[in-house]
Design a binder for this molecule. Sequence first.
Ligand code: ZN
Ligand code: ZN
Length: 257
Amino acid sequence: MKTPLQDLHIHTHLSSCSEDAGQTVAAAVDFAAANGIRTIGITNHVWDREVPGASPWYAPQDFAHISQVYAEIPRDCKGVRVKIGAETEFAGGVVALTRAHRDALDYVLVPHSHIHMVGLVLPPECATDAQVAEYLVQSFLALVQKDFATSIAHPFCPIGRAPEEVRSILGCIADETFARCFQAAAAHNTAIEINGSCLEDETRWAAQERMFAIARDCGAVFTLGSDAHARTELNAIFLAQKMAETLGIGEERLLQL
Ligand SMILES: [Zn+2]
Ligand SMILES: [Zn+2]
């Protein structure tokens, strides 16, 4: 397998869902340097204080909180390019980050599939797999129209669902519908993330391979991310790289920050 060229989705201990105090920028740099990864990006969860509607979980993770990361960038990055971004939220048709703060970052990942946050992201009335699939399609298209995200984090990967449910939900989305979504993303210069943490079993892999192949054929630009929240999860980037290789997505199709 070739060297992963980038890992643009790394959380540190500043994200509330990280339980590894040793998950620091320095740890990510060390892993990247040891594995020949040229560019890494730190993307902690953020909900801006200026944007109403934060859940109790999101509220403490504001822009000032994630900005603490700058003080943690090691003096010697061992030849690894370190970019500072964020993973914000898209809920109720609103992006949880101001454009000013987005522009202060190197880039921003925006998810539309944190459907484990029922009530905040997924409307409670979306109960069946078909309804969840329709929510994912509509939220993806609405997010792309915002012209806000650098890349869409874990697209169409329903977070918190078992692999069989993921297969069932994605099975409700026709090839033509995926194509309409990815053509819209390409037209709006929004990249598509290949997220290694969403590829850890064969069932979810197969469901997403069909989808990413359509994205490739629609001219999408991609980013690769591990979505690591702990040092032991950084190697998920190899799964993202493997998907890219499987589909013939080379360096020329990866977003270069
Ligand atoms: Zn996420
Ligand atoms: Zn993430």
